[in-house]
Ligand binder design. Structure first.
Ligand SMILES: NC(=O)c1ccc[n+]([C@@H]2O[C@H](COP(=O)([O-])OP(=O)(O)OC[C@H]3O[C@@H](n4cnc5c(N)ncnc54)[C@H](O)[C@@H]3O)[C@@H](O)[C@H]2O)c1
Ligand SMILES: O=P(O)(O)OC[C@H]1O[C@H](O[C@H]2[C@H](O)[C@@H](O)[C@@H](O)O[C@@H]2CO)[C@H](O)[C@@H](O)[C@@H]1O
Ligand SMILES: [Mn+2]
Length: 441
């Protein structure tokens, strides 16, 4: 059986240890010969890098392992790059969330002005990462889940249309797991139909392999409880803010009870509620820095201090098995059915061909083949058109250095009440992002 060589780009990410532990747990399905971490922040990565070195020596000494900030060393001789970078790190996420809130507008990592600001930062780094991969490992596939995935995917479509980049989000995976708990099944027993954009979609069918439709049964549950299942799937999703998000899905369902909504629609359907329930001085970025980031880095320090991972192991990011499923689909031509972000080209029959949409795909050696989802209703189509145009305008604004287009993108976002507010937020965001954004004229 071939053994694979992997580089994790964004080696200092809070998700890296969970993914490495998950990879170790899946070696029988996906054998690894080399594992590398790559980051552009040497100090941040070194903490996780050293703790993982100790862990790997104990658990899988046969795997060749390095962590590095040198792109040549990182990308030479790799089959897969798992990319989860965050340009600007949590310092900038905090500003993305807090600046819009100052103006009474949703402050969120990937939705509304925060997502637009993050998109403007991510494009350059993501394109550079793709170029490095292609320079040193021309046959390598990038499995990208760096956010904001919708804008990153559109930038890849326009700027690197022939690159081997797969864009994927774990929200459809995570929510399907919750749905499976509701009907007492496992995600592997279910096939879904789904349409939308990243962080902006709807399930239209949840069937088991016999063809039994479970959407009505799940709908009855979600009507009362949202996707709140109270089964502890991971610690992060037991955080109060995530619990509220899963619960709020019941109010999203009420708007169109035919389909099961992606939780991220709450930022577009109920922005007033979101703002009222936000603390402008303590946002999700603060919650993550005080929670996940502290927990992961303090575990790493304990491992380093003790010189062993025994008794203080990193947890397995079990939800992240979708990354192995995707890599296996490419490596072994499994034709796994996965919800991915791809160019529409007819998958949603009455939507633009050149839109990056999120739909189920069959994935094999040549990448994802989108499955046709037919025509979608006017309501969803109009919402999606508005949102996808925001995403396209951001990429155009980045490429052209256009203030006008970025102002239009913000004005068009359903989360922003007026062109005046859009301009005020934009001017603050420009100031905050000077070191990251191209100059806008
Ligand atoms: N698509 C999804 O469903 C999904 C799910 C979870 C997380 N994410 C994304 O994964 C990323 C990581 O999240 P996190 O909360 O762990 O963030 P984090 O800040 O802990 O980690 C990001 C790492 O990327 C590094 N980095 C930044 N720019 C880089 C570059 N140009 N080259 C190499 N490394 C670079 C940073 O130094 C940092 O160590 C984010 O983009 C987040 O939005 C996506
Ligand atoms: O606020 P954060 O940093 O905790 O999470 C933001 C990410 O949230 C989504 O991913 C979740 C996923 O929905 C859940 O099922 C589980 O697997 O954890 C994931 C990571 O938190 C979202 O899809 C990502 O794009 C966000 O970055
Ligand atoms: Mn996502």
């Amino acid at each position: 059986m071939k053994q694979f060589s992997i580089v994790i780009a964004g080696g200092g990410s809070t998700y890296t240890p969970g993914i490495v532990m998950m990879l170790l747990d899946n070696l029988d399905r996906f054998p690894i010969r080399t594992l590398k971490l790559y980051d552009n922040d040497a100090d941040r990565q070194a903490v996780l890098g050293e703790a993982l070195e100790i862990t790997l020596k104990e658990k899988a000494p046969e795997i060749e392992y390095i962590y590095t900030t040198d792109p040549k060393e990182a990308f030479t001789d790799v089959d897969f790059c798992f990319a989860h970078i965050r340009t600007g790190k949590y310092r900038m996420r905090e500003l993305d969330e807090k600046i819009p809130l100052k103006y009474g507008v949703v402050g969120q990592e990937t939705c509304g002005p925060g997502g637009i600001a993050y998109g403007m930062r991510s494009i350059k780094d993501m394109i550079e990462l793709i170029d490095l991969m292609e320079e040193y490992a021309p046959d390598c596939w990038m499995l990208n889940y760096s956010n904001p995935a919708a804008i990153v995917a559109e930038a890849c479509r326009v700027l690197r249309p022939h690159s081997k980049v797969l864009n994927i989000c774990d929200m459809p995976v995570g929510t399907l797991r919750r749905m499976s708990q509701i009907i007492d099944k496992t995600p592997e027993e279910l096939d879904v139909r789904y349409f939308g954009l990243n962080h902006f979609g709807w399930w239209t069918s949840i069937k088991d392999k016999d063809g039994t439709e479970y959407l009505p049964q799940i709908r009855e549950y979600v009507k009362e409880n949202g996707y709140l299942t109270q089964v502890e799937v991971d610690t992060q999703h037991m955080d109060q803010s995530w619990q509220e998000t899963h619960k709020k899905a019941k109010d999203l369902l009420a708007v169109d009870p035919r389909f099961l909504p992606n939780t991220y629609l709450k930022y577009y359907f109920y922005p007033d509620y979101v703002v009222e329930h936000s603390n402008p001085n303590y946002t999700r970025a603060n919650e993550v820095m005080d929670g996940r980031e502290k927990e992961v880095f303090s575990t790493a320090k304990v491992i380093i201090d003790k010189g062993t991972s025994e008794g203080s192991e990193f947890s397995i990011g079990s939800h992240a098995t979708f990354i192995v499923d995707l890599a296996r689909a490419i490596a072994y031509n499994t034709h796994e059915r996965m919800v991915m972000i791809v160019e529409n080209n007819g998958a949603i029959a009455n939507f633009d061909d050149d839109a990056m949409v999120e739909v189920p795909c069959m994935v094999g050696t040549d990448g994802p083949e989108p499955l046709c989802q037919g025509k979608i209703p006017e309501f969803q189509r109009a919402l999606m058109y508005q949102q996808v145009t925001v995403e396209k305008l951001v990429v155009q604004a980045y490429m052209e250095g256009s203030y006008q287009k970025l102002w239009q993108a913000l004005t068009l976002s359903k989360t922003v009440p007026s062109a005046k507010v859009a301009k005020e937020i934009l001017d603050d965001l420009i100031e905050a992002n000077r070191e990251f954004w191209p100059e806008l004229k």
